[in-house]
Design a protein around this ligand. Structure first.
Ligand code: ATR
Length: 292
């Protein structure tokens, strides 16, 4: 590691808990590869201390921060400015130092988009099935509309939540992009074509690795590509069902990689090479015990 000296810049993560994060590996590896005098440290922040943490970090000349659960909404009250997409989504995971305070971004969604691109998965003009209408799914729905997806069938157990997200997204982007459907009524999705399906519920997350929101093979027969935002486990039940029915399936670890890469790029006003990004990805996979 670079010797810490008077010029070392500090970045970090605030959240609660932060102990299991892979972000220090992402940022410290990138800094090392580029010979950049920067260190990245996780900070466990207690409830009610978020504003103090952000102000303290700014006072300490901290270059940038990531923000994780449960503070991605609360942090928005502590910023000098917020990027338009993050504002729409209502969640900020990256703070970039600017004159007079931090500016907030949502690199989770930018990271998802870059992860999809790196697997040659398109959103533009596509017909998409989105599972879930919670915080993560809401952000994905905004991303899809911002990329001019032809249609997003938004499936959620609670129809009202899907309806709210659809209304907001369609109003924002000015076209009938998102169609809300109650989860068990998935048969209403036209069967004359195949879809990209993005799994954005927390069903199937470790340790409930045998769970999937839908298990009916008729549903999976409609999917050509399944992308699960979950990366723990790296093979979710959803992914297995997609594959068993002839589709290709991806876990969410590349989204985690690229949300970090994009934050690093914003902080350092640089562009990370694909080679360096993929070298970090190999380390992340090794840490997770993923072999492929
Ligand atoms: P996140 O921030 O990860 O998106 P969230 O906002 O709590 O978390 O959203 C969780 C999502 O998973 C919601 O879409 C939720 O469905 P409801 O809106 O009906 O609650 C979905 N979800 C969680 N447990 C579920 C279950 N057992 N079956 C179906 N959907 C479930």
């Amino acid at each position: 590691m670079q010797q810490i000296d008077g010029y070392t810049r500090l970045c970090g993560l605030i959240g609660n808990p932060v102990e299991h994060t892979m972000s220090p590996m992402i940022h410290n590896t990138l800094a090392q590869k580029e010979g950049r005098n920067l260190v990245y440290v996780p900070f466990h922040v207690e409830h009610g201390q978020v504003r103090k943490a952000a102000e303290g970090a700014y006072a300490l000349n901290v270059l940038g921060l990531n923000v994780t659960v449960p503070y991605k909404g609360e942090i928005m009250n502590c910023l000098k400015a917020t990027d338009a997409m993050a504002e729409r989504i209502g969640a900020v995971n990256t703070l970039v130092r600017t004159d007079g305070g931090y500016k907030g971004y949502n690199t989770d969604m930018m990271g998802l988009y870059r992860a999809l691109c790196s697997e040659d998965i398109r959103l533009e003009g596509e017909e998409i099935i989105l599972l879930g209408a919670g915080g993560a799914a809401r952000a994905v729905a905004f991303l899809c509309a911002s990329k001019k997806a032809a249609r997003v069938y938004l499936l959620n157990r609670t129809l009202e939540k899907a309806g709210q997200v659809a209304e907001e997204v369609n109003r924002t982007y000015g076209y009938e992009c998102v169609a809300p459907i109650r989860m068990e009524e998935y048969a209403r999705i036209p069967s004359d074509k195949k879809y990209l399906a993005i799994q954005a519920t927390n069903v199937g997350l470790y340790p409930n690795v045998e769970d999937a929101v839908i298990t009916d093979t008729d549903f999976y027969a409609k999917i050509h590509t399944g992308f699960d935002l979950i990366y723990r486990p790296s093979e979710t039940k959803f992914m297995t069902l997609v594959r068993e029915n002839g589709g290709q399936a991806f876990h969410g670890l590349k989204m985690l990689l690229y949300q970090g890469v994009i934050a690093y790029e914003l902080w350092n006003d640089t562009r990370v090479s694909e080679e360096d990004a993929l070298a970090v990805y190999e380390k992340m996979k090794a840490e997770m015990g993923i072999k492929d």
